[in-house]
Design a protein around this ligand. Structure first.
Ligand code: ATP
Length: 226
């Protein structure tokens, strides 16, 4: 379980998150939605330890990790896929995976989740499509064996015709049951389909929260229209 409790954080003199609390229960998937600049990425950076809090606490499986560095949080089971399909472009798909593990069994395991990558193992990551690179970025993070996966706008910058492919992959991950997922998304319909509960973040504050599913669409749209 990941819990952000009363978190305030920002950059320089600017406060971006103001007393924000979010809970991702073990095995569940939670979406955070909000307009551009609402503070979604900042929230994830705080969760991962890339940005210190000014007030509040970050708990991972009940342990206070607020002062722990990102690598210590990764060792405790946190996996982070930042925006932008980040991989090493000059290296092949396989080399990108082998930077995380040389275990053939583990790589085979992750390729079962991303069969589209199997055909692309010898292709340089820089030559993959955005959707393929996103799958590689998620696959690399899964190889670190996270219990809590944090995804920052995985469908951003992906061609509309492959967004659905990414959505299916993420849906599979959120339904695995052994993985908790915190997902930041602008595609409200997709975010609600793939998660059990949601938060709306606007101007650094949580303005709505509830259970996910198609029934929540109107409430979320109303909260985001304000
Ligand atoms: N490194 C930084 N230094 C200063 N201000 C920043 C920095 N990163 C983000 N901000 C500001 O913090 C605010 C929140 O940004 P953040 O990226 O968290 O929002 P977001 O909801 O993820 O937006 P988007 O959907 O556009 O990614 C914005 O006003 C942004 O300009």
């Amino acid at each position: 379980m990941l819990e952000l409790r009363g978190v305030t954080a920002g950059y320089g003199r600017t406060i971006v998150l103001d007393d924000v609390s979010v809970v991702v229960p073990t095995g569940d998937a939670v979406a955070v939605m909000g307009h551009n600049g609402a503070g979604k990425t900042t929230l994830l950076r705080v969760a991962v330890g890339l940005l210190p809090v000014r007030a509040g606490t970050v708990l991972l499986d009940g342990e206070d990790v607020t002062r722990l560095r990102p690598n210590a949080r990764v060792r405790r089971g946190l996996g982070y896929v930042p925006q932008g399909q980040q991989c090493f472009p000059q290296m092949t798909t396989m080399e990108n995976l082998q930077l995380i593990t040389t275990s053939k069994a583990e790589i085979r395991g992750v390729l079962d989740t991303f069969p589209a990558l199997t055909e692309l193992l010898s292709r340089r990551a820089g030559l993959l499509s955005g959707g393929q690179r996103q799958q590689l970025a998620i696959a690399r993070t899964l190889l670190t064996q996270p219990r809590m996966l944090i995804l920052d706008e995985p469908t951003e910058g992906i061609q509309p015709n492959v967004v659905q492919e990414i959505e299916q992959v993420i849906l599979g991950l959120t339904q695995r049951g052994d993985l908790s997922v915190l997902l930041v998304e602008q595609h409200v319909g997709f975010a609600l389909r793939s998660t059990g509960s949601y938060y709306v973040l606007e101007s650094g504050r949580i303005t709505a929260q509830g259970e996910g599913g198609a029934g929540a669409l109107d409430s979320v749209r109303a909260a985001m229209a304000v």
